[in-house]
Design a protein around this ligand. Structure first.
Ligand SMILES: [Zn+2]
Length: 418
């Protein structure tokens, strides 16, 4: 069997034929093949402006298009592009079915690289296939652009809004996820976390779709709260449980650090040393050693322990079924905290009081939104960002996020190369 037969099997072009094949020198790997492509006799070229066939104008110098490598052998198509003397567009370069624009990679090869870039880092893909990081990036960019143009936005009922720190903690990206049970994916990424950022999401999403939303999950970041109240007021806005608990944990940490410092300055034994995780973890997750440390700690009337016990009490909040009973619990709990003389905890209680209704929406949305769903998606996003370390522009980071988490569609091809 000849290589032309195989090529015709995996990628046949009606108006073109595969001709001569020869070995050539390659600086990137030891072996490379060139395959000549020629137009069929009396086949007219397609104008790249209007995609209609037109009379020929002239023929350009041969160009190389890299195809999917075969057994580790680089493969190039060589073709002399024709120019079309188009009645409506003037003189244009022809459209060829295996490539696009000025790209020196065939479309099949770009989809091949993009698919591998879901499994490996872009650097690894470039190394594995003897190509450049830039080529992998542009392949992913093409896949993302195609996928974003063809993604289905119908039937979206729940979304989650969150943020990711980016560039060593200097800047934020706002991310919006679809969090429906049957479809969880990244919908949109935007720079910063201002009202303008989220407004841009809603502009992209469109008013009719926003009016269809039933649930929106977010943290307590004020610009988000403001935009959501304005752009999708009919949706039940739920404050994410994960964010509430992490706010409490931060307060405990603050109480413990202040207290530990004070004890040290006053010359007491450092009993709070190594206590951090005892106080932050749920009791069922403690190691035996941490458990012993915790029961040791509760012997003392420490501010840290009082803060810890208040947080553990608060866990009971999530057990409620009815929003009104949960509300009563919340009022009692915040009242107790206000008498606790633990300033960081009082601050949290104040925040919870201010957002009482949104927090109680958790119970009104019960069953529709699972705990930590946004956080789970965001953990994956952070992982992608970590792998993407070294990306200079946020544009590149956005493309990486869409590629990894957007669940984007891809065109159906006659043959899948990987
Ligand atoms: Zn034309």
């Amino acid at each position: 069997m000849q290589l032309q037969t195989i090529l015709n099997r995996v990628q046949r072009h009606r108006s073109f034929v595969y001709r001569n094949i020869r070995w050539v020198e390659s600086d990137r790997s030891s072996l490379a093949l060139e395959v000549d492509i020629e137009p069929r006799a009396n086949g007219r070229a397609v104008c790249s402006g209007c995609h209609r066939r037109g009379p020929g104008y002239d023929v350009l110098a041969p160009r190389r298009f890299e195809f999917v490598p075969l057994w580790g052998i680089l493969l190039f198509f060589v073709y002399s592009m024709r120019r079309v003397d188009c009645g409506s567009c003037g003189v244009t370069v022809e459209d060829v079915p295996w490539g696009e624009g000025k790209s020196s990679l065939t479309t099949a090869y770009r989809w091949f690289l993009a698919r591998w870039a879901k499994r490996l880092s872009w650097k690894e893909v470039a190394e594995t296939f003897h190509t450049s990081w830039d080529n992998v990036f542009r392949a992913v960019q093409m896949a993302v652009e195609w996928g974003r143009r063809h993604m289905d936005l119908t039937g979206i009922l729940s979304i989650g809004v969150d943020e990711i720190l980016w560039q060593r903690g200097h800047r934020y990206l706002t991310v919006v996820y679809q969090i429906d049970k049957n479809c969880r994916r990244l919908l949109w990424v935007g720079q910063d976390r201002t009202t303008d950022t989220l407004l841009r999401f809603f502009t992209w999403f469109g008013e009719p779709r926003a009016a269809n939303l039933k649930f929106i999950c977010s943290d307590m970041w004020k610009p988000y709260l403001q935009v959501i109240a304005k752009a999708a007021s009919q949706a039940i806005h739920v404050l994410d449980r994960f964010h509430i608990m992490s706010m409490l944990n931060k307060a405990i940490d603050e109480v413990r650090a202040t207290e530990a410092r004070k004890m040290k300055n006053d010359g007491y034994e450092p009993i709070l040393k190594h206590s951090r995780w005892c106080l932050l973890k749920r009791p069922e997750n403690l190691t035996t050693k941490q458990e012993a440390k915790l029961s040791d700690l509760v012997q003392y009337n420490l501010a840290s322990v009082r803060a810890y016990l208040l947080k553990e009490d608060f866990q009971g909040f999530w057990e409620y079924v009815s929003a009104s009973w949960a509300g009563k619990f919340l009022d009692r709990w915040t009242a107790r905290v206000m008498h606790s003389r633990l300033d960081p905890m009082k601050k949290v209680a104040g925040t919870l009081r201010r957002h009482r209704e949104l927090i109680l929406n958790w119970f009104r949305a019960k069953g529709a939104i699972s705990a930590g769903i946004v956080e789970g998606l965001n953990a994956n996003a952070k992982l992608t960002m970590r792998k993407a370390r070294g990306y200079r522009s946020s544009k590149v980071a956005e493309i990486a996020l869409y590629h990894a988490l957007g669940d984007l569609p891809a065109p159906l091809a006659a043959h899948r190369f990987c």
